[in-house]
Design a binder for this molecule. Structure first.
Ligand code: PLP
Length: 392
């Protein structure tokens, strides 16, 4: 007899998709299958040597090993403020409008806990990053799926959200450059969204971890560039992708001071901020010469083109994205089940992609290819997919 049962609010939860995928991949590796992973969005390249040097120097300082300041050190918050000023011409107050996060996923999940009551509605993009949805569920809120469709450039149609949903909605999630679609949003869309949030008394959470991975001269904006955004918006940003620091777990929430305060209070009960040397190295990342980022983006650009051309030659319908580290492709005619496709591909070729359904029902029929894997492996993966699909 098992007396210990999970709480109702997590009882229906399944492990995060990538946790189950890791298990499947480990089993295949044990059988000797050669695996190429183009699934998770974890950059393969390291941060600069200088960033690592700052981490090591600080880790050698005996005074850097205690707890750091709740919400991040003042130095770190100032570095975030300077980054926003230089990068977006947005002025932020370092302590009232900026909060350090243990990776932005943490803050994304916790935002729902501090904003939503049971019965409130959280409006989430579909397809969309799973933490928006899961955070809302844990908070006991109801979810409304906002379809992101290819015919609208994967931007949501805000006017299509029904009035009865808007009456109960308190939070609306946006994410541009977008995961999984790679779509980008013009400032005019953010203007419309900010007006919409004012009209309907909503908080917009804009999730922006890919703003610094852009191609072909595109420069992604921050929603905080819009007048009036500070009243109704918070933005999440991250060092994971911009500086190749995904494992370091450093992000930030910026914007509306009340919401930053709620998050800070909540987090002060549950985490004790980050290791000081990590914050010191993050300050260096944010404040030092940013030119290397362009060279790194050129590497992603080369991989993007290899993937887009490879998939097109196999019959996938795919646009080359202007930003982020993903190619989002519609399965060729006659194939619609993205999970079955990815499972078979993995078992028969060792190439691991992410089925679109992982991101919501409107992701079905698509696959997501991550560009965070070494270029020769991306080339081999495309070769394996091409010869496998020719045989099928
Ligand atoms: C859209 C989106 N938001 C947030 C995150 C989380 O990033 P972090 O490493 O800062 O937790 C990811 C990571 O893949 C992402 O794709």
């Amino acid at each position: 007899m098992n007396y210990i049962q999970p709480a109702h609010r997590i009882a229906g939860f399944k492990p995060y998709f990538f946790a189950s995928l890791n298990q499947k991949i480990n089993e295949l590796k044990k059988k000797g299958v050669s695996i190429i992973r183009l699934d998770m969005g974890s950059p393969d390249l390291p941060p600069t040597d200088e960033i690592i040097d700052v981490l090591v120097e600080n880790a050698r300082d005996p005074h850097q090993h205690g707890y750091s300041a709740i919400g991040g050190t003042l130095h770190f918050r100032r570095a975030c403020a300077n980054y926003y000023l230089k990068r977006f011409n947005v002025e932020l107050h370092p302590t009232r409008e900026i909060l350090a996060l243990v990776g932005s996923k943490e803050g994304i999940f916790n935002l729902s806990q501090v904003i939503l009551n049971p019965g409130d509605i959280s409006i989430v993009p579909d397809p969309g990053y799973p933490a928006y949805r899961q955070g809302g569920k844990i908070a006991g809120a109801d979810l409304y799926d906002m379809p992101l469709l290819p015919e609208n450039g994967f931007l949501p149609d805000l006017n299509a959200i029904p009035d009865e949903v808007l009456e109960k909605a308190r939070l609306l999630w946006l994410n541009y450059p977008n995961n999984p679609t790679g779509a980008v949003a013009p400032l005019s869309f953010f203007e419309k969204a900010v007006r919409f949030a004012h009209d309907h008394h909503l908080l917009i959470a804009h999730d922006a971890p890919y703003v610094d991975i852009c191609f072909d001269g595109y420069v992604a904006p921050s929603i905080l560039q819009i007048d009036g955004s500070r009243d109704v918006c918070v933005e999440f940003n991250s060092l994971s992708k911009t500086y190749n620091m995904a494992g370091w777990r450093v992000g930030m929430a910026v914007g509306n001071a009340e919401v930053i305060g709620y998050l800070n209070t909540y987090k002060s009960q549950m985490d004790s901020s980050q290791f000081n040397p990590i914050l010191a190295a993050s300050i260096h990342a944010l404040s030092s010469d940013q030119e290397w980022i362009q060279d790194r983006n050129d590497i992603y650009l080369e991989r993007r083109d290899i993937v887009v051309n490879g998939l097109r030659s196999c019959g996938f319908d795919v646009d080359a994205p202007d930003a982020a580290i993903y190619v989002w492709a519609q399965l060729p005619a006659g194939i619609s089940d993205s999970t079955a496709f990815c499972d078979e591909l993995l078992e028969e070729t060792g190439v691991s992609l992410t089925p679109g359904i992982v991101y919501g029902k409107h992701g079905e029929g698509f696959i997501r290819v991550s560009l965070g894997t070494a270029t020769p492996e991306v080339i081999s993966a495309m070769d394996r997919i091409k010869s496998w699909m020719k045989k099928a």
